[in-house]
Ligand binder design. Structure first.
Ligand code: CTP
Ligand code: MG
Length: 246
């Protein structure tokens, strides 16, 4: 098949190699359960629910690859979705890079999705994919307006009051979620050229001077970070069970 005839494939990289320190002691965060099912499995299901996603690359804790593989055997993805597992690294950025290295040549669009956002609706996944494929920008992030007023402070080490440096206009601020969607070549370039520590992939593309655009995210795509987030996630699942018999 020539390049032009080859269908453009969309893959999802799911970094799941973090410890979950802020969640407190226990298993690695992605393996903790919600409604009896590991968070990672919820995340794989959420991404493979999109008919556009034909490959999911799970980035596992380096010492947990075999465990993650057997978990994925226990909870298989739909037939149409290929699932690969690779070991991750010491930072989220490194883990995403490990996932990118495992992508086959025919993948042209890549989603990066936190295992810690297990409840993202498929509509959000599809909206991000569609926006990347439209070609308007090489990077797309789902984003929601922020509820709190946000202040920039000068952090203090000792718990002393922190001087406030400024207050950005709230209406112009967005909290950014995942999956973030990318033209594959752009994301690979960003990961090889940008060495600063960042907390999301899109900011690396911003550092290349390229356009990133935001599309509407979803309140259920929140990140499970602290113990209270587990309570919220269980409540969302309970509501889904009632409303869609899920
Ligand atoms: N992640 C990863 N590899 C790392 C660190 C994080 O793959 N070395 C992943 C996490 O598994 C998670 C996502 O990146 O799915 C977002 O990170 P975060 O919410 O910060 O998760 P953790 O790093 O596990 O949590 P904490 O920072 O509280 O330890
Ligand atoms: Mg972290």
């Amino acid at each position: 098949m020539t390049d032009a005839a080859r269908p453009a494939r969309t893959a999802a990289v799911i970094p799941a190699a973090g410890r979950g320190v802020r969640l407190g002691p226990g298993a690695p965060k992605a393996l903790r359960t919600l409604g009896g099912i590991p968070m990672l499995i919820h995340a794989v299901r959420a991404l493979s629910a999109s008919r556009s996603v034909s490959l999911v690359v799970v980035v596992a804790p380096p010492d947990g690859v075999d465990g993650v593989k057997s978990l994925l055997d226990e909870y298989p993805a739909p037939e149409r979705t290929e699932v690969r597992v690779v070991p991750g690294g010491a930072s989220r950025q490194e883990s995403v890079r490990c996932g990118l290295d495992a992508l086959p040549d025919d993948v042209t669009t890549v989603l990066v999705h936190d295992a810690a956002r297990p409840l993202v609706p498929v509509e959000t996944v599809d909206a991000v994919i569609e926006a990347v494929r439209d070609g308007g920008a090489p990077a797309v992030v789902p984003a929601v307006p922020v509820a709190d007023t946000v202040k920039e402070v000068e952090p203090t080490a000792d718990g002393a009051p922190e001087p406030v440096l400024g207050t950005p206009e709230r209406a112009r601020l967005r909290a950014v979620q995942t999956p973030q969607g990318f033209d594959r070549a752009t994301l690979v370039r960003a990961h090889s050229e940008v060495t600063d520590n960042v907390t999301d992939d899109a900011s690396m593309v911003e550092q290349l001077g390229l356009q990133v655009v935001a599309v509407p995210g979803h309140e259920e795509a929140f990140k499970v970070t602290r113990p209270l987030d587990l309570v919220l996630a269980e409540a969302v699942l309970a509501r889904r069970r009632v409303t869609d018999g899920f």
